[in-house]
Ligand binder design. Sequence first.
Ligand SMILES: NC(=O)c1ccc[n+]([C@@H]2O[C@H](COP(=O)([O-])OP(=O)(O)OC[C@H]3O[C@@H](n4cnc5c(N)ncnc54)[C@H](OP(=O)(O)O)[C@@H]3O)[C@@H](O)[C@H]2O)c1
Length: 353
Amino acid sequence: MTRRVAVLGASGLVGQRLQQRLVHHPEFELAAVVGSPRTAGKPVNDLPWGLEGSAPEVDLPPVLDASDPSLGHHLRSLGVSWAFSALPSAVAMGLEPALVEAGLNVCSNASAHRRRQGVPLVVGDLNPEHLTLHASGPLHACATNCTLIPLLFPYVALADRFGPLDVTAQSEQARSGAGYALLRRQVPLTEAIPGEAEKTVAELGWITGDLRGASVLPSKPAVRLQCRRVDAEEGHMIDATFRFETEINIDEVREALTSFTSRPEAQGCPSAPSRPLMVVDGPVRRMDHVWANGDAFDVPSDPAMSLRSGMAVVVGDLRQTGPRTVHLRALSHNTVRGAAGGVTLLAEVALRR
Ligand SMILES: NC(=O)c1ccc[n+]([C@@H]2O[C@H](COP(=O)([O-])OP(=O)(O)OC[C@H]3O[C@@H](n4cnc5c(N)ncnc54)[C@H](OP(=O)(O)O)[C@@H]3O)[C@@H](O)[C@H]2O)c1
């Protein structure tokens, strides 16, 4: 049985990635698209398509209006039971709880409800147990900030194996991380992103935090992070130095990264890569590695047909820099693993619970 889904975000970058991933999804069926007053009422197939490949051919009602007070009931009348949100945070703040109230399960890429007790912040293949924070009724859960993903996977793989870590890192974030408007601005950018580092480290603390009954007790990661935008289209990179409590050997570090596996609940999910981390010899490059799928570095001709493409984090430039320190660079597809693919995987894991 497939679940009927509404995508909240019509002509936006993450909204379109979600539409792309849902057209052939085996467990979810794209049933409605919800947009701003700018797109509401328009045929979905008439909206300009901004992603690689052609727009999915869909037979849907015209774009529904996000400001319609009876939106939730309207969606329910269409048989929609899930909503995947790619709304601006200010809009998600009110609309997501209203849809939950109307009986829909809401999984969100927006930041509005992240780090709120009772709304699990979940990376489907890392901390699915946090879904237990949601006791009953429709689910409201959030995926993380896209910047966190390339830091998070090496961090968890190495902390699981070697214990507490101290990290100094700098992000190099693609223009698409700020939506279509910045993606289309063809100007060289190397600029700091205010507030991004604090938000990212706080989310790391929540993902790696302990469950205490119905709450998360966030951890306090020893991570110093600086975030900046660079002139690349897709892919967020982290340049990081990890310091361990005891002396380590680079081969052990490499082995810990390559042998890291998804949590069992995510295995077999359509969007879960066979391995969440891949390690390359030498440098990691956006153009070669951003579509990593856990087995290979493909460049899918149609991402709608390959839900695992872009879902693995790639580590390269791995080298020992001291008896207790290693340097690495890690890359993640920000609009796939860091947004639409991540939230779909979260929903796939939730379905299995
Ligand atoms: N880009 C990334 O890598 C990334 C990663 C993780 C999370 N996110 C989050 O995902 C969300 C969408 O980001 P994006 O990159 O897709 O931005 P975007 O390309 O600028 O798209 C913005 C979206 O917001 C919708 N919107 C704007 N005003 C609205 C309103 N008043 N009511 C309803 N919808 C409204 C637009 O709908 P219409 O098309 O109908 O105008 C559009 O779909 C943001 O919360 C962002 O923080 C983005």
